[in-house]
Design a protein around this ligand. Structure first.
Ligand SMILES: [Zn+2]
Length: 261
């Protein structure tokens, strides 16, 4: 039996802009999620259940997952996965997924390779467990937001990519406030993004929103899946048995589809 869903939370005709944040940094819960909430948009957090900060963050991650933020997998222990054998790599895919599910009651649907290191074999393996990996979304580019990233340069780059018809995936770790930055502080985590820069990106993007929408990575991935398989007409999406089976194997059941779409 086909399954029909009205597309309320994504727009098939818009390009996707996604913000992703890695490595269980505590400001993801205390600063980043509240910032995105203020704009009424969602982002994606790639967590590492076997590393510091995950346990402490579980309550917060669980809460924001219930509100529609995405908690994706960034492996179990953050190794360079290109140095692992097949069994070791599979453990990273599976153990992180199970641990995230046990902790927050949502299976992670997308995967971000630690350090962005991957290869074709690893990507194919990841897609046995996850709908998509951060660096392989159809028609997308990734732009990292580092501490010294220039606002104007990022905005120009964003506009160029949108003009080329690309989905844009931003990646960062945590946040440094203006006060810390001006006082020569380090903020939190690896190359934290300046809070004011993220804020102005969001404001600019909201102005553009005729052609783009800010959604989570897994929403962007499902959108590309729906488009590539031609499963929609206007804002109605019809999943046939094949696609339902395929998605079910990736822990995306009908209930989850309704939550995401
Ligand atoms: Zn990382």
């Amino acid at each position: 039996m086909p399954f029909t869903v009205n597309l309320n939370k994504i727009n098939i005709n818009k390009l996707s802009v996604v913000f992703t944040w890695d490595d269980n940094e505590s400001r993801q819960i205390s600063l980043i999620a509240p910032l995105f909430r203020r704009y009424n948009i969602k982002c994606t957090f790639y967590v590492v259940p076997g590393e510091n900060g995950f346990r402490e963050g579980v309550e917060g991650y669980s809460q924001i997952a219930n509100d529609g933020f995405e908690i994706g997998s960034h492996s179990f222990s953050h190794p360079d996965m290109t140095t692992l054998n097949n069994d070791e790599a599979n453990i990273e895919f599976i153990q992180s997924s199970e641990e995230i599910f046990k902790s927050i009651n949502f299976y992670p649907l997308s995967f971000a390779f630690p350090h962005h290191y991957s290869n074709e074999t690893l990507i194919q393996a990841a897609k046995r467990y996850y709908l998509e990996t951060r660096n392989t979304l159809n028609n997308s580019v990734r732009i990292s937001i580092k501490t010294l990233s220039e606002k104007e340069a990022l905005l120009i780059r964003l506009e160029e990519e949108i003009a080329k018809g690309h989905n844009v995936i931003f990646s960062g770790h945590s946040i440094i406030t203006e006060e810390e930055f001006n006082n020569g502080g380090k903020g939190e985590g690896y190359e934290p993004s300046r809070l004011s820069l993220v804020e102005s990106l969001l404001e600019k993007i909201i102005l553009y929103n005729k052609n783009i929408e800010v959604i989570t990575f897994c929403q962007a991935a499902i959108k590309e899946y729906i488009k590539l398989n031609n499963l929609y007409e206007n804002d109605i999406c019809v999943f046939d048995d094949n696609s339902l089976n395929y998605l079910q194997k990736l822990n995306i059941d009908r209930h989850r589809l309704i939550q995401l779409l």
